[in-house]
Write a new protein. Structure first.
Length: 389
């Protein structure tokens, strides 16, 4: 089956954070939203079909995890990441950020140090701060158009940290970490006694010629000292279902986490949470291949357009996901004026780079998971704005 990702779908009036939330944040509603990390394509049809079928039975009672939820996840991570797991290792989570908060509360105390590597997905440090832990920032290095880990700095910074939160693949830079890099993280954290929480929500959106490596698969040290969060929500465009899961191979860590979450029934999903995951992973290979191909073409289009029409804006080419970190430093604008350029002149709503830490100064994050015509129009508006400046 060929799926139509060129279709323009009006999402306004659906209480969409991405579309209907613009007025509250920017004080205007004439901006094209290219910020929140969800897609403007239809949610994968087999997910919708599974929900519709369940609704044919008109009793929406209490629900537990169906057997298909377990088997679909186990088969998916084996097929895509060559990772052998068992059902005992799986724990439901009502969203990855929530799960991250649970893990912080479970494995650390107020005042403990937690390490992040900026620029990075901002809930990593916001959730840490809101839970009254101390954030340790160990900045990545931008070199040859990609982010790299400064391992000498990481080894120094991680001392005394209870947890390291890893973005794998990286958001906002889109970097797919290599086995060697992940192994070095595992060695350093095993030595310092630091638990690694690996957010792998963008793994299924790894782009052609790259291969995602699930963190626990790189070594025994990684396997015994980590918690991995995954979800089909990004890849199949279903984040509103709040259906994620974590995989914990170490039984001691798993028992601690289960004891914490089950005490407040935080590890139980709603009626559509389990069947949607099962549907996505059981029927999603062809759809996912097509949407990833379309996203890759959008990334290619963006790169060509910037080079031809806005050469002062460069992009960090993502190796995974539909998010592009735009390097706007050659425009010579501070972040305030850069934001004005995008909002007031180009009429575009993007994530400002400093959202991801001070290392994002001079950058903007662009979401290209939209029909090509919308992307082209947005880039034209940006080109005009830069030209007029």
């Amino acid at each position: 089956m060929n799926y139509d990702f060129d279709e323009i779908i009006n999402r306004q009036g659906t209480d969409s954070v991405k579309w209907d939330g613009i007025a509250g944040l920017w004080g205007r509603n004439d901006l094209t939203p290219m910020w929140v990390a969800d897609m403007d394509f239809r949610t994968a049809p087999f997910v919708i079909d599974a929900i519709k079928k369940r609704l044919e039975h008109e009793v929406l009672g209490y629900t537990f995890a169906c057997e298909d939820w377990y088997t679909a996840i186990i088969s998916w991570v084996k097929a895509r990441y060559n990772w052998d797991i068992t059902r005992e290792m799986l724990v439901f989570s009502p969203g990855i950020v929530r799960g991250l908060a649970f893990a912080i509360q479970c494995f650390s105390e107020k005042g403990d140090k937690i390490l992040v590597m900026p620029p990075v997905y901002h809930p990593f440090f916001l959730v840490t701060q809101h839970n009254e832990r101390e954030v340790v920032y160990s900045a990545l290095t931008l070199k040859d158009g990609q982010y790299h880990i400064d391992f000498e700095r990481l080894q120094a910074d991680v001392q005394g940290c209870k947890i390291l939160i890893l973005s794998n693949p990286h958001n906002p830079g889109g970097r797919v970490w290599s086995k060697e890099e992940l192994s070095r993280i595992a060695d350093i954290c095993a030595e310092s006694g630091t638990i690694v929480i690996s957010d792998e929500i963008h793994a299924d959106l790894t782009l052609p010629s790259h291969q995602h490596i699930a963190y626990p698969t790189v070594s025994q040290k990684a396997k015994e000292n980590s918690i991995v969060f995954m979800s089909p929500s990004k890849a199949f465009n279903m984040p509103g279902l709040a259906s994620s899961y974590c995989i914990i191979e170490n039984k001691e860590l798993r028992d601690r986490y289960l004891a914490y979450t089950s005490a407040s029934e935080l590890n139980e999903g709603h009626i559509f949470a389990y069947l949607s995951v099962a549907a996505a992973y059981s029927h999603g290979t062809e759809w996912l291949d097509q949407v990833v191909s379309y996203i890759a073409d959008n990334i290619d289009f963006t790169e060509r357009y910037l080079a031809s029409h806005i050469p002062n804006i460069k992009m960090i080419r993502p190796q995974a996901s539909y998010l592009i970190f735009l390097d706007c430093r050659d425009l010579g604008l501070d972040q305030e004026y850069l934001n004005r350029l995008f909002v007031e002149d180009a009429r575009l709503a993007l994530n400002t780079g400093t959202t991801f830490g001070k290392e994002g100064e001079g950058f903007m994050r662009l979401n290209v998971a939209c029909p090509r015509s919308i992307l082209e129009q947005a880039l034209q508006q940006l080109a005009t704005a830069v030209s007029n400046r």
